[in-house]
Design a protein around this ligand. Structure first.
Ligand SMILES: Cc1ncc(COP(=O)(O)O)c(C=O)c1O
Length: 428
């Protein structure tokens, strides 16, 4: 029978957080704030990472299945990438008033890999890329409205917390439900004649809700409507790019958008993202649409990306993530079912997840509405105490350097934590 594990020692993290709150509003920003985990149970400051593990400032070692929210597709501290990056720093440098030749090499590589990529614009963050893609679509069509589905970053047009954003800006975007073609059709009808683009994550991954793999025919139906209505179709592949297949979700699911945005996994943690797409649309950036930033051409990230792409291909990383992830998801499903905890396993093999449900007799008006939240908090308390770093409100990732032993330990931690959760908060 599983027993509760003691609370972790997190003294240094907590003391650094007190300092941080004096130095910066809220201490740390956005998704790294303690309320996104279990407050008081999770570390706040990390010391280092290696392979599929992270170590916090108090010396606690975890199997990390959040992977820095997605960029770590290989693992932490990859020696081959470190070597190339250090060589670039010491032999050439990486920040100049002009571009370095590696930019051509990187862009050429992307056009070879990504189905929609006839041209490429490297930028730095996922938000840069999604914002640029929507600007290209508006520049190309001369239309204003953006129909969006999924998380696309923190910029004004798509930020989920509306503080500081003018209503006029928000009124120029409308959201539709993933997987429901009728809903998209209704939104197109409502804004007919004024829509610049549809931007959609090809796999549905709404925050804190089950992941939705593309229903059969759905992405093709979105493609067909966009073509028919002359709306630019953008796949936001910031999470799926280089992860679900070398050429992203567009390769795996066989539907090619007009433009696509990538970030995260392309450079295993170095800040590099991009818009890739068909020349017809991209060419508005030759003169009409402006894009420039001091750091966009910095080469260090491109050096890291070239090596990362080489390793992804050489070690057939996506095949391995897919086959190991398939086994992981099947084991997860069995463990959750055996536990009888009201929870749903969802995901695609490289991106597994559990969400906690309201059981039928815990719905509105039963007095049990909040019990799923208590189960969730207790479960994640038990998993972090067992050395598994996962996030309650965000799906998890499998990284290439997670060993089979890491994944077995993760399943053990999840199994014991579910058993304890069921004992503490039984479902009838
Ligand atoms: C699908 C998607 N698009 C865009 C972004 C924004 O990327 P960034 O946080 O690098 O700005 C994210 C970040 O999580 C994302 O998941």
């Amino acid at each position: 029978m599983a027993a509760e594990f003691p609370k972790l020692v997190l003294e240094k993290s907590m003391s650094m957080f007190e300092d941080a709150k004096r130095l910066s509003p809220g201490g740390v920003m956005g998704i790294r704030r303690p309320y996104n985990f279990v407050q008081g149970e999770y570390p706040i400051f990390l010391d280092k990472g290696y392979g599929g593990h992270i170590v916090d400032v108090d010396g606690n070692d975890y199997i990390d299945m959040l992977c820095a929210y997605g960029p770590i597709i290989l693992g932490y501290n990859e020696p081959e990438i470190n070597y190339e990056v250090i060589r670039q720093i010491t032999e050439r440098g990486f920040c100049f008033s002009l571009v370095q030749p590696i930019q051509n090499d990187f862009e050429r590589r992307i056009t070879e890999i990504v189905p929609c990529a006839e041209q490429v614009i490297p930028v730095k963050t996922g938000s840069d890329a999604t914002t640029l893609a929507t600007r290209i679509a508006r520049g190309y069509t001369g239309k204003k409205m953006i129909l969006r589905c999924g998380y696309h970053g923190w910029h004004d047009w798509c930020v989920e917390n509306h503080g500081g954003v003018p209503g006029e800006t928000l009124a120029l975007t409308d959201e539709f439900e993933y997987g429901q073609i009728d809903d998209l059709e209704r939104k197109i009808e409502a804004h007919k004649g004024d829509i610049a683009c549809i931007i959609i994550t090809p796999v549905g991954h709404p925050g804190a809700k089950p992941i939705i793999p593309p229903p059969p025919g759905y992405l093709q139906a979105v493609r067909d409507i966009a073509t028919k209505e002359k709306i630019v179709l953008i796949f936001d592949e910031v999470r799926t790019g280089f992860r679900v297949a070398m050429g992203g979700a567009q390769e795996r699911y066989g539907v090619t958008p007009d433009l696509a945005t990538f970030g995260k996994a392309v450079a295993n943690g170095y800040p590099l993202s991009m818009v890739a797409g068909k020349r017809e649309f991209m060419s508005v950036c030759e003169s009409k649409v402006f894009v420039s930033s001091t750091y966009f051409p910095n080469s260090l990230e491109m050096v890291a990306a070239m090596k990362c792409l080489e390793i992804l291909e050489r070690e057939k990383v996506q095949d391995s993530l897919w086959s190991r992830g398939t086994r992981f998801l099947a084991d997860l499903d069995r463990i959750v079912k055996d536990s009888h905890v009201p929870a749903t396993v969802s995901g695609i093999p490289p991106m597994p997840y559990i969400t906690f449900d309201q059981a039928a007799n815990e719905g509105p008006g039963t007095g049990g509405e909040k019990i799923y939240k208590a189960r969730r908090e207790y479960f994640y308390t038990q998993t972090i105490r067992r050395g598994l770093f996962i996030q309650p409100y965000h799906h998890w990732y499998i990284a290439h350097r997670h060993t089979d032993a890491d994944l077995q330990k993760a399943l053990w931690a999840i199994g014991e934590s579910l058993e304890l959760t069921m004992r503490k908060f039984p479902a009838k």
